[in-house]
Ligand binder design. Structure first.
Ligand SMILES: [Zn+2]
Length: 388
């Protein structure tokens, strides 16, 4: 039996409101004990028991590890030139996602896994202890399958996104591509995926196509997610809710009916402010969602086109400064919210029985994540009580 403890925690943010003050369930001058990688005890530093290994946090803030529920880390190449063109106002027509598809198809499975591992390590250094990883840059049966195998080398939260866009070779017969996704592609990919996702948007997949794909995935036992209402106020959010999706992501352009549908459902709205930041777009109406009672998560949307960042501290800062969340709401959305988006009850919260995924800040309060944007405040990270 391994007993690990943390003491002299100035501000312990449990993300469980039943354990302390406010939405983050804050306990001050706190201590924490994990047994065999699971949280076993939370209390005051004055009552810290004997442990095998003790970490003195010196008055710093301690939070649950971040749960990044929306990442696209399996790809090859980058799109810095496209980003540069967009930021300098030059119209840019070539390239886009198809540039990444071509580079991904040309890469070996080892190269794809190495790139995913590099991004997962980068995320971990910034406090992300659980992440989701999508395919979606292969868009052939074999390239989607091997993308999911690469994703599975960095996480169990693997998501089949064969329905990311219609690849160039199917541009004039998109329904044939939907047939492929619903048939041979899902047959090859479902054994390697926990989730299926569809990009429901003008220029990607319409609601009827998305419904077919989500139904085919559900039959194979996959959980459902969707990219919806990113660029236009379509019916994607309502379809995802109707289909019982765990999460609908982006949610940038929402009507009152979309918000009502989310509020009366178990579907989490996973917001990705990095995409809006990196494309100079309008942010999702996070305040309206929260005020309506919707469960909100925030995620990085790490991808080479529209949000090439793994930084959950940046997402917290953007959610506070650009979306109107309080620092407590943003930290909750990045931890417990992410866990809800992935339907995980073992991570995202520091509470007895949960995995001891813990981050220590070089700061006395979670507020500093938004107050000091861009500063590397995550100073120590543990996963299942082991230092990483
Ligand atoms: Zn995405």
């Amino acid at each position: 039996m391994s007993v690990v403890g943390w003491t002299n925690i100035g501000e312990l943010c449990t993300a469980d409101p039943t354990l302390g003050e406010g939405q983050l369930g804050i306990v001050r001058d706190a201590a924490l004990v994990a047994v065999d990688g699971r949280v076993a005890w939370i209390g005051l530093a004055a009552e810290f028991p004997d442990v095998d290994i003790a970490h003195d946090m010196g008055g710093a803030a301690v939070l649950p590890g971040f749960v990044d529920a929306h990442m696209h880390p399996v790809f090859a190449g980058d799109r810095a030139a496209e980003f540069d063109a967009r930021m300098t106002g030059t119209p840019y027509s070539a390239g886009g996602i198809r540039t990444t598809v071509a580079a991904t198809r040309a890469a070996s499975e080892e190269q794809l896994a190495a790139n995913a591992a590099r991004l997962a390590a980068e995320a971990l250094r910034q406090g992300t202890t659980t992440l989701e990883a999508k395919s979606g840059y292969g868009l052939t049966v074999e390239d989607e399958r091997r993308s999911l195998v690469a994703a599975g080398t960095v996480t169990d939260e693997t998501t089949f996104l064969g329905a990311h866009v219609v690849p160039a070779e199917y541009a004039d017969r998109p329904d044939d591509y939907v047939d492929l996704v619903c048939g041979a592609m899902l047959d090859a990919c479902a054994p390697h995926a926990r989730w299926a996702d569809v990009f429901i948007e003008r220029g990607a997949f319409d609601v009827d196509q998305a419904r077919r794909i989500l139904e085919a995935a559900k039959v194979r036992g996959l959980g459902l997610r969707a990219h919806a209402n990113q660029l236009t106020q379509g019916a994607g959010v309502r379809l995802a809710v109707e289909m019982g999706a765990a999460s609908v992501d982006h949610c940038t352009h929402l009507g009152d009916d979309d918000i009502e549908a989310l509020a009366s459902s178990g579907t989490v709205a996973t917001l990705v402010p990095g995409a809006e930041f990196s494309t100079r777009s309008t942010y999702a109406p996070a305040r309206r969602l929260l005020d309506a009672g919707v469960t909100v998560a925030i995620a990085s949307d790490c991808n080479p086109g529209s949000s090439y960042t793994t930084s959950m501290p940046l997402m917290v800062a953007l959610a506070v400064r650009e979306m109107g969340l309080s620092p407590a709401e943003a930290v909750w959305a990045a931890t417990a919210g992410g866990a809800a988006s992935l339907q995980r009850d073992d991570v995202g919260v520091i509470a007895p029985g949960r995995r001891a995924d813990i981050i220590g800040l070089g700061a006395p309060s979670h507020v500093h994540l938004a107050y000091r944007p861009g500063v590397p405040l995550v100073s120590r990270v543990w996963r299942a009580a082991a230092s990483v």
